[in-house]
Ligand binder design. Sequence first.
Ligand code: PLP
Length: 418
Amino acid sequence: MKKKPEWGFKENQELHAAAAFTIRNILEAIMGNIDESRTGKTMIHLGHGDPSVYPCFRTTTIVQDALIESIRSAKFNCYPDGVGIDVARRAIAKYLSRDLPYLLSSDDVFLTVGANHAIEVLLTVLARPGANILFPKPNYPIYEARARFSELEVRHYDLLPDQGWDVDLDGVKALADENTVAIVLINPGNPCGNVFSSEHMKKIAETARELEIMVIADEVYAHQVYGPKPFIPMGVFGDIAPVVTLGSLSKRWIVPGCRFGWIALTDPAGILQQTGIGACLKSCLTISADPPTIIQGAIPSIIENTSKSFFLNINKLLKEAADLFYEALKEIPLVTCPYKPEGSMFAMVKLNISAFDDIVDDTDFCMKLTKEEAMILFPGDAVGLKNWVRVSIGTEKKVLEDAIARLKEFCIRHTKTN
Ligand SMILES: *Cc1c(COP(=O)(O)O)cnc(C)c1O
């Protein structure tokens, strides 16, 4: 045996580089700045989309009952199948089919440890040397982190703020080439709070068809809409181009702690199965983590028994928050929100950075806001838009009012005087 000059294992810098993109890591850096005792203010966290801490956003007791029943039944202590237990897959297939012009079967559904895991699995399946993928700008950061850590070149198409954050379809066509595998869409949008119209989605599907790429439709905010446009799943256009839909319980049921999501092949023409993508998903999931069987066992009851009124109330709270935030922001100097959120739980706010006295960019803005006002926003640079910030509006009304007041004081205090 040849003696090694040093330990055989090494730190992998690539991992750190990929993790640096995640919301968790960026928030950790910002929160390092917090000093509640110095400001005398309790922390307000509008940096991520997790309203589960607020009593008004508490999940339905249906979820609790279903989980308890799943545990008590003792039927779900087993290892699950690699792609999930059939009753849970069937329940998700049925749930998604309600909004589609065709029926999904349990074979079209793969269960994952939340949608983040679904992203990991899908990007792993699609990666190969030379392949590229189209991401929106701005984007949900996990995509960037995951792609960076795989054999996928990332190309960004623009979402257009002055067109309601619609996709720049000409840009998409200009970016794609023979090595493009997919376009990612997030609808309702994170970070923009936008909702795509049916006409626009049809055009996106037609563009994907022309480019011969699949559409990855991240619909973790499915049905979380409160503006003029209804939520329409991208799978409705699955006969134009193959669509892979990602979903989750986290946002609609306000249970990110359940870590339960899915990948659905919403592809009535069967192109994804024919090209072997379905089989690859299965293989990838076989060597990957599973959502706990106990959670899977609760899914049929959660899906079937959650009342409409629970969802309606969540959307009502988000609509009130969007209205309040959008109107109040008009009264605050140096910040603008070009588009009132109509879905999900975020708003993108533009900073008039050159009119600030001593703030150099969005990250500096967030750092100082945290330090002076004990209030956390997410820097736009980290989602792909420099000198914007992302605000989570999924909070209690009085917290949002307090946040708006702090933001106003902060902006006034930092306005250039000459
Ligand atoms: C929150 C979120 C996810 C991840 O959801 P989990 O199911 O909790 O992993 C994925 N995509 C987008 C756009 C999100 O906002």
